[in-house]
Design a protein around this ligand. Structure first.
Ligand SMILES: [Zn+2]
Length: 407
């Protein structure tokens, strides 16, 4: 069993597993809960709830916390997850960072590690760093080693889930056809699960963030690259070849810069964090005056997105203009998503989403202007609060979900 979506059959056992997972996820996001509350929140009947809770207690995944007062004022037995039942590791390889976390069954991040690097780092060094981060997590969590049930790995680009190969990570130099699943499994002797980074962020949002109580939403991953995860009816849209959500490669300017995908003028080539930095460097070299230059002491090669954001917060008009333009361009694509999906919620994630009002204001204003007024009114746009570990959190949770599903 490799992926939840691959198992969408219709037999009784499958239904049982889905119901069990529903109860576990409800307990995780809202527990402790009584059986009555669980029935109300999950839509399952009391008998099913009782059977499932008995089974989960026997397995040691759920525990009783005794009698607690309910909303109606009566005391009833409440249940919660046994958060130490199992643990999982999430590794997020980005364009300029590697993050690794250890989470418990409830999705709480117990340990986190990050390594930041500059673009252009070679694949072998990146791989070494990935191993080193995972190794240091495992060493620190030695007492939990037996209970670490898997590793979720996420990166941008394309992967082949059957072969466990990450075929391409456009942001990492010479990263082609890397058998990452095998490499990690052999090294750590844990089962490894793969998922794209924007979709992992959407899963993080679905399980722990702004998407927790909503069935349909779109997560925009606005960082060094641009992507999105589309959740419909509580299920992440993956597409035929696990490539759904590549909004970063919608062409918005036929005469724009060449993109890492080979096309010209993709949204990612014009408005991602990396594109903004390139643009800023180019303009400064042409003589543009800006506080960004002072922030890096004239070392134009070392400019990062954070410098652009900081200059904008210091009212630097050039930095503000760059962020507003990016917001405008991404906002246009958001208006397409709004018209196509009529989503109740769009969550903005990634470093650009927390770059301040110039970017988000311009994004929302353009999305409003270019989408149909009636549809826009039905769409809320919120900023993610999962922080920089959102993708790693989503990836780590895949391992937990798969384990719980096959109990
Ligand atoms: Zn592209």
């Amino acid at each position: 069993m490799e992926h939840l979506s691959e198992m969408m059959g219709g037999d009784q056992r499958f239904l049982k597993r889905i119901n069990r997972l529903k109860i576990l996820n409800t307990l995780r996001s809202k527990g402790p809960l009584s059986k009555t509350q669980l029935a109300r929140l999950s839509g399952l009947n009391n008998k099913t709830i009782t059977n499932i809770i008995e089974y989960l207690i026997k397995k040691g995944i759920v525990t009783s916390v005794g009698l607690l007062k309910t909303d109606e004022g009566r005391k009833k037995e409440h249940f919660k997850l046994n958060s130490d039942y199992c643990f999982s590791i999430g590794i997020d390889l980005g364009a300029s960072h590697i993050s690794a976390i250890l989470i418990n069954l409830e999705g709480k991040i117990l340990l986190k590690k990050t390594f930041n690097f500059r673009f252009g780092l070679k694949k072998d060094i990146v791989l070494e760093k990935i191993f080193a981060l995972a190794q240091s997590l495992i060493e620190e969590a030695k007492d939990k080693l037996e209970k670490i049930i898997g590793i979720g790995f996420t990166a941008p680009g394309f992967f082949d889930i059957k072969r466990g190969v990450w075929e391409e990570a456009v942001n990492i130099k010479d990263w082609k056809q890397v058998p990452i699943k095998k490499l990690l499994e052999e090294r750590f002797n844990k089962k490894v699960y793969l998922e794209d980074c924007s979709r992992s962020m959407a899963l993080g949002e679905l399980w722990y963030g702004k998407g927790k109580d909503i069935k349909d939403f779109i997560l925009l991953d606005l960082g060094q690259g641009i992507g999105c995860g589309i959740v419909i009816n509580g299920i992440l849209l993956e597409g035929k070849g696990l490539k759904a959500g590549e909004i970063g490669h919608l062409i918005i300017d036929e005469n724009g810069p060449v993109c890492t995908c080979g096309n010209r003028g993709c949204l990612e080539a014009c408005a991602s964090g990396r594109a903004l930095v390139s643009k800023v460097q180019e303009e400064i070299r042409k003589g543009q005056k800006t506080k960004i230059y002072d922030l890096v002491n004239g070392k134009v090669d070392e400019i990062t997105l954070q410098d652009v954001i900081e200059a904008a917060s210091l009212q630097d008009s050039f930095a503000i203009e760059v962020l507003e333009e990016a917001g405008h361009r991404i906002g246009r694509v958001v208006s397409f998503l709004i018209n196509i999906f009529n989503p109740p919620l769009i969550v903005l994630g990634g470093q650009l989403s927390i770059s301040g009002k110039h970017f988000t204001g311009s994004l929302i204003e353009t999305a409003r202007k270019y989408s149909m007024a009636k549809i826009f009114k039905e769409t809320e746009i919120k900023i993610s609060n999962l922080g920089p570990f959102g993708a790693a959190l989503g990836a780590a949770t895949i391992a937990i979900q798969e384990t719980l599903f096959t109990l």
